[in-house]
Write a protein that binds this ligand. Sequence first.
Ligand code: ADP
Ligand code: ZN
Length: 634
Amino acid sequence: MNTTAQSILNTVYGYPTFRGHQSAVIDHLVTGGDALLLMPTGGGKSLCYQIPALLREGTGIIVSPLIALMQDQVGAVNQLGLKAAYLNSTLTQREAYAVESQLLDGTLDLLYIAPERLLQPRTLELLDKATIALFAIDEAHCVSQWGHDFRPEYLQLSVLAERYPGIPRLACTATADERTRAEILTNLRLQDGQVFIGGFDRPNIQYRVVPKDEPRKQLLKFLRDEHIGDAGIVYCLARKKTEETAAFLSQHGFPAVPYHAGLDAATRRRHQERFLNEDGLIVCATIAFGMGIDKPDVRFVAHLDLPKSVEGYYQETGRAGRDGLPANAWLCYGLQDVVMLRKLIDSPSSDGVEVDEMHRRRSSQQLDTMLGYCEVTACRRQRLLAHFGETLATPCGNCDTCLWPPETFDATVVAQKALSCVARTGQRFGAQHIIEVLRGGAAERVLRLGHDRLSTYGIGADVDAFGWRSIIRQLVAHGLLALDPEGYGGLRLTSAAGPVLRGEQVLKLRRDILTPRAAGGAGAAGRKKAKRAANVLAAAASAAPDADFEPDAATTALFDRLRTLRKRLASEAGVPPYVIFHDKTLALMAQMRPTSEAALLGISGVGQAKLERYGEAFIAEIRAEESGVGEGVE
Ligand code: ADP
Ligand code: ZN
């Protein structure tokens, strides 16, 4: 048979059709063109270089900064029946030699290389002698100094353009605003390449932002209501907090482990492996965790602290729901976060080097954009996509502002009270003190400073502390109040405050409500678990996962049995369960009950190599269920 991209998609991957730009990118590379591919996480970028690497003569070289994940990536590709290997500093010299000779013999389909390894003269000389199908530069935003993952060695990858002019190059990334995009093109010398921009929308992710009150309690409630037994990531700003949060969650019945750059490599590796291999583990992490994690069934990403930029937020939340099934992005934020981040931006860096002014301004701008996103009262997804230059014509219906439209109110008078109170107390106190004065509290400091004699003392007693925190936070986010640069949280007026104080401008603010109005609430854990299986099954059947969908008991039972079988096969093969088959594929099997090889091949996600390896076992399981044999046996 004449091998085409389509036939590889069907036989190797077991998928019926290409998505989005995949087919166009593949054709472009096969015919020798260069390209930049922007596609959201889970969009299917890897196929875009894997398939052309198979179609062209020679080995596809994939440059990736994610050394810790290379082994898993190679493992997953090998499961598809392809020949892949990696070169990085974790290999012994002997192992590296073996890989190098495979490359020279032309027996490798794909070779993953870390950038610092690739740039060594010795490796470049090796590549000179090999037949190379293409170069794929993964996580290409690392080349941008504007982005948040800048890696200096990525800049030197421009050498590939000079040294291998005839070999197609593909740069891939999930994150890129226009500035990052432009930097990738220049820094990697891809100006003549074609740019493919896949939609940035991740419709299955539900975006939510809640005002911070008692963050841990709020997180726990969110998990209890919606994520019992689910895998997820909780991002925190500080290392210590990741450890405390993991301990707290574990104590409350949600198994969790910490992950941050201060843990030794072995512990990090162990925690990452547990996350990939176990069902329903939570990782509490700093942003050191997650890039390139391709676990498809991460059901939620929670932020306990405000991310520094919308790019970072989009990237981190993008790790949820790669399998296309419903997932949550939940962010909890308060004024204290803003104080913290402003302090980080304005203080000289820890090694005492003056922070360069340009960088400082950028960071500050990025924080303002992030705040704007948090405080938005229209569709959150529209705002997010607009940031990436994309227009969503109608409100999404799957974010908090769409689902539970926030109530806004005329806040002109309360804002005047808060602003005057800041002015009267001398523009140097933080929110807590201002609120104490507004509410007429008797805190020692208020009395000592004589702030109980100010005209603004007690003028806001009718609003509770939570309400005032919400108002002041929004005044900061809207730029009417500014935080002191020393990082103590002191508030002062900006020029924008004038018109509101003088009553020349009406100010509308959102009314924050503490208790989430989210789904669930009632049902017991068991019911929620059943609901989750229903969601998976409904989504697999490509019915919208609506509240009424109830798979029959037999289908749910078979789905569970297939998952148990998958778990066993995965541990035998030493790979994570999803590398064998995705939940979606198992759900389709549970519904269609294929009992022949031909029927099994018809299921999306079953390719030739996996059929040969696992077909028999899955068919046997389905048959056993049909005839009621082996009920309850592992
Ligand atoms: P990315 O690298 O863009 O984050 P991946 O390449 O890992 O995404 O793809 C995400 C998931 O989608 C993978 O499990 C992949 O096998 C699957 N996938 C990719 N292309 C298709 C397709 N055309 N049809 C069905 N599933 C696909
Ligand atoms: Zn929306």
